[in-house]
Write a protein of this length. Structure first.
Length: 68
């Protein structure tokens, strides 16, 4: 999936489509799951965590495509 396609999806949709939990993102970003939840819900902003979500979901989707 290209970056343009993932940009059209919400962070929540990207995580769901890739099968990635907020807890996994929180561990990767070294923040609490609550912090990730706020960002995914749009109640807080963090470019760093949003970039991690995009990178992890793109990686997972690419792996899913290769496995198919």
């Amino acid at each position: 999936m290209s970056e343009i396609q993932t940009e059209e999806l919400s962070l929540r949709e990207m995580l769901a489509k890739a099968g990635i939990t907020q807890k996994k993102i929180a561990e990767k970003a070294k923040v609490s799951p609550a912090a990730v939840s706020l960002i995914v819900a749009g109640k807080s902003k963090s470019k760093r965590i949003e970039d991690i979500i995009r990178a992890e979901t793109e990686k997972a989707l690419a792996e899913q495509e290769q496995a198919a």
